[in-house]
Design a protein around this ligand. Sequence first.
Ligand SMILES: NC(=O)c1ccc[n+]([C@@H]2O[C@H](COP(=O)([O-])OP(=O)(O)OC[C@H]3O[C@@H](n4cnc5c(N)ncnc54)[C@H](OP(=O)(O)O)[C@@H]3O)[C@@H](O)[C@H]2O)c1
Length: 434
Amino acid sequence: MTMASGRPLSVGVAGLGTVGGGVLKLLRENAGLIAARAGRPITVTAISARDRMRDRGENFAGLRWYDDPVALAADDAVDVVVEVIGGAGDPARTLVLNALRAGRHVVTANKALLAVHGAELAVASEEGHAVLAFEAAVAGGIPIIKALREGFAGNRIRRVTGILNGTCNYILTTMRERGREFSEVLADAQKLGYAEADPSFDIDGVDAAHKLTILAALAFGRPVRFADVHVEGIRAISSLDQSFARELGYRIKLLGIARQTDAGIESRVHPCMIPETAPLARVDGVYNAVVVEGDFVGRVMLEGRGAGAGPTASAVVADLIDIARFRTTPVWGADSRHLSDAPSVPMSAYTGAYYLRLMVVDRPGVIADVTCALRDAGVSLESMLQHGRSPGEAVPIVLVTHETREAQMRAALDRIERLDSVLERPSLIRIEHG
Ligand SMILES: NC(=O)c1ccc[n+]([C@@H]2O[C@H](COP(=O)([O-])OP(=O)(O)OC[C@H]3O[C@@H](n4cnc5c(N)ncnc54)[C@H](OP(=O)(O)O)[C@@H]3O)[C@@H](O)[C@H]2O)c1
């Protein structure tokens, strides 16, 4: 192993919350082995957060403190800025852009910033000859960025499928295991610290969509296109859907899927039913996993913790070690001028099988009305489930379709929703192979 005798890599950390705190702790506790692997010590010399007086359980003596994180970008004694503030806007965006333009390397965990401004950041990285590294931005401790950008670099990637949000996976797993409703499990997850006070980014699928945007850009060598991702969250999943899924041999997961098709690139985040025997079906609780399918490598799955101070710091420090060793790759895997302009495929062109659960009044003719609406839209049924009878009362019926185009399914659904006998908003979940 190379002796750790080079000039220390000087790091400025912007943000001292969960991730920033974890990075400081990891750099301190594993300093010896990190220096050996990096070929030189990695030393934090400057920091920034909002509240200077807050006790963070760390000794900051001797470090330069900045009230304004953007000032870190202009600190000539800093080689690398670690941006762990968060948010697609300022100060994170200006900090990262200014640092890159000044030729300072940046390591960030900020998926929102990358998903929304990734193209602009890549140009700044190229113009400033500075590295922009972001292993921590997707699936926490799982080295999926390195895998896609380096490990699978020789492959044409066909599909990337991920459980990318631990909060949603925890909620769906707990609903299934305990037979509980979404709102109760969410409230418990908030008490346990698995869900934010404002959980909408997680449960509405936005966080997973940010991560999928990044994975799709790397997998298909195309600039980030967050606006083209179809996004649905998990609020509408009920425990009834969970028990029907079990009966049909499926598990419900919020998946992010990016796929190369003949028409272009499809990218979508939505709840899916996947066979309970699929490897992703067994990834439960707060765990994340990503399956990559490449033309030469075949199918590979990586699983691990998607969030938390330890896993996220592990990813940030791996990026710092690469920078210390001068190991670099272009932001999106190829220089901006070599990125593809493959079009995005709209969700209306998606084709797949669907699970449709309706709450209907149990009276003669209802099933005929529903199946007519499906037939007229060109949707063919594979199976139907109904348990017991309750004449005049609300009963659930479940329909499973053959492969159908989304646009046809939507047309059928519009008509079904307007039937008097259909009492609630139907639950529609796409069936995937996982
Ligand atoms: N938490 C995770 O497990 C995780 C996992 C993967 C990626 N990430 C990403 O990592 C980033 C940081 O997340 P986090 O969970 O560590 O957030 P956090 O705990 O809320 O910490 C944010 C830090 O940024 C500082 N900050 C906020 N606004 C600032 C401003 N205007 N100027 C200076 N400092 C400011 C805060 O200062 P104060 O402490 O003074 O308030 C705090 O130290 C986000 O992009 C997040 O998406 C997080």
